[in-house]
Write a protein that binds this ligand. Structure first.
Ligand code: ATP
Ligand code: MG
Length: 564
């Protein structure tokens, strides 16, 4: 992982590090004339929502295609109809588009190549390198051998080409029961690589397929199908994660024996892992099913749907992937690095606004009752071109409950009786006391303001504290949701019983937040910085016209932490 100190940006402001090992391979291939045009692909199985790990694969594949003036394909690996759903096809395509990975409007499906695969299977039979095996699944497993012992040839291994061809066609034509026969590649039962010990390449399974319906009752296995899908599309570099390294000899065998010209080559890189969160479709699915989170797009998850809803931007994910780098060594990225990236991205973009999360009334006793005035304020102090807007000030304001203390400790410079603070962008105000309810809770704070300090300026004296506020007469009511990591890795990712160690504070709801009036019509997912509180956006799912819901995208470096 690159240290944040080392981040370099090119003229377009994109982070750029030196060439990764895949770029080096592509450079060599181009120099040797192996390929003339680079084609990459992202091949998801439509069996769940995409997560941040997939974003790495998408941005890597798309980034390479773009860098080399090539083509990037989105292809669904829909060869296993039992687990697949069209719902996921749509969500995945939307996520890929959101990331900015241009798949030129065409979505490919592995199932579109079932005919090619079938033909290649027949070709393998004709070449004497595939055979129909009647052994049961258990028998096949037992004959496969172990890491230390070679496998044993199946009694069906030496069937004639004619017999195999007839049996395979009968398999296709539905003449046999599900699971009663398989087609196997005839490679080497003594190979040190178990994947090469006559792997199964077709099975019989009467399953309805979303694309091909009931046309097929035989389906190809992944290791046979995937290289063919790549080759048919003219993919040059088939980039996958490390667990497929041992499958590469089989990948190469399939494309070679199928006699593709200019076959693709498989390159493996290590998966992205992130601390304090859950990656892996299977694990995320379980959290959803167990009700630990509220759906696939719960903002505490790192699915792309969740990140988008929470307010993360494609640019921040791109920056994160650049920093994380591409390599073959397993490592886990710090979640703090992702937070760094989103802050960096939002800092120049997000307007600064006033929002009070845990409000308490502040009454300015010497300000005329019923009067309201407008004050100009910068939209973004980090961007001189962002202009100004008007905010309103009146006798009744809200401030953050934690910005007042009746008996402050040393070095507390915010509101306490006798102390003067700056109300951000408005006036200096001096606290005169507070009102409490019968239980001793502060319900109202009182202060007087100095009309000579308009816009928070004063030539003659200084104040040590500046606090944010909103006008109680015209502010917007909102629910604000604050998030922490779902998993607390400080105490270990797993409990003693092997269950995940959930952070009980992963969600904090501020039900009565008060926001400045200009936010009344804020668009979902558009980010704002609530001064002193972090970056926020309107929740696209739960926000209602009469009650907004906001998500905290990320805190500022030092940020409001709810007391719990
Ligand atoms: P999961 O491990 O979450 O179940 P998967 O690998 O089963 O994911 P697929 O839909 O099969 O999901 O994967 C599509 C592509 O995304 C594959 O090329 C896979 O290698 C890649 N991919 C999956 N997880 C990661 C990750 N954590 N980091 C990088 N690439 C990943
Ligand atoms: Mg998978």
């Amino acid at each position: 992982m690159a240290d944040t100190e080392e981040i370099k940006k090119n003229e377009e402001g994109e982070v750029k590090t030196s060439k990764n090992f895949i770029e080096q391979i592509i450079d060599e291939d181009l120099a040797e004339g192996k390929y003339s045009k680079i084609v990459t692909r992202f091949p998801p199985e439509p069996n769940g929502y995409l997560h941040i790990g997939h974003a790495k694969s998408i941005l890597l594949n798309y980034g390479l295609a773009k860098e080399y003036g090539g083509v990037f394909n989105l292809r669904f690996d829909d060869t296993n109809p039992t687990k697949e759903k069209t719902e996921f096809v749509e969500s995945i395509a939307k996520d890929v588009e959101w990331l900015g990975a241009d798949f030129h409007g065409d979505i490919y499906f592995a199932s579109d190549y079932f005919d090619n695969m079938y033909e290649i299977a027949e070709k393998f039979i004709q070449k004497g390198i595939a055979y129909v095996d009647d052994s049961t699944a258990d028998e096949i497993r037992a004959m496969r051998g172990t890491l230390t012992e070679p496998g044993v040839n199946s009694p069906y291994r030496d069937r004639s080409v004619e017999e195999n061809l007839q049996l395979f066609r009968d398999m296709r034509d539905g003449k046999f029961e599900d699971g009663s026969k398989v087609l196997r590649a005839k490679i080497d039962m003594a190979s040190p690589n178990i994947n090469m010990r006559d792997p199964i390449i077709y099975r019989i399974a009467r399953m309805y397929h979303h694309n091909t319906g009931d046309k097929w009752c035989i389906y190809p296995m992944y290791d046979f199908a995937h290289p063919i899908e790549d080759a048919v599309e003219g993919v040059t570099h088939s980039i996958c994660t490390l667990e497929f390294e041992d499958h590469r000899p089989l990948y190469d065998w399939v494309v070679r024996e199928a006699e593709f010209k200019n076959p693709p080559k498989q390159i493996e890189f290590s998966k992205l892992y992130l601390t304090n969160v859950v990656t892996g479709k299977r694990y995320i699915k379980k959290l959803v099913e167990d009700g630990v989170v509220d759906g696939w797009d719960d903002p505490r998850l790192v699915t792309l749907a969740a990140l988008r809803r929470r307010g993360f931007t494609p640019e921040s994910l791109k920056m994160f992937m650049e920093l994380a780098g591409v390599s073959k060594s397993q490592s886990s990225c710090d979640y703090a690095m992702l937070e760094y990236c989103i802050r960096e991205d939002l800092k120049p973009k997000a307007p600064r606004v006033l929002g009070v999360l845990d409000p308490v009334k502040l009454i300015i006793d010497n300000y005329p009752e019923g009067q309201m005035e407008s004050l100009p304020i910068d939209n973004n102090s980090d961007d001189p071109n962002a202009g100004q807007r008007e905010i309103t000030f009146s006798r009744e304001l809200y401030i953050e409950r934690e910005d007042f203390m009746e008996e402050p400790p040393k070095k507390y410079f915010r509101m306490f009786p006798g102390n003067e603070v700056r109300l951000k962008g408005a006036y200096f105000a001096k606290c005169t006391g507070c009102v409490k309810d019968e239980n001793g809770n502060v319900v109202e704070i009182h202060a007087t303001y100095d009309p000579e300090t308009r816009l928070g300026d004063c030539a003659t004296r200084k104040v040590k504290g500046t606090i944010h506020w909103v006008n109680a007469l015209d502010c917007v009511d909102a629910e604000v949701r604050l998030y922490e990591n779902l998993i607390d890795e400080e105490k270990g990712k797993l409990n003693e019983d092997g269950t995940l160690n959930f952070n009980p504070n992963s969600l904090t709801v501020c039900p009565n937040a008060k926001l400045e009036k200009s936010l009344a019509n804020a668009e979902p997912t558009k980010a704002f910085q609530f001064i002193r509180n972090g970056y926020f956006c309107v929740d696209s799912k739960d926000s209602k016209e009469d009650k907004q819901v906001w998500n905290r995208i990320v805190g500022l470096k030092s940020s409001y932490k709810p007391a719990n």
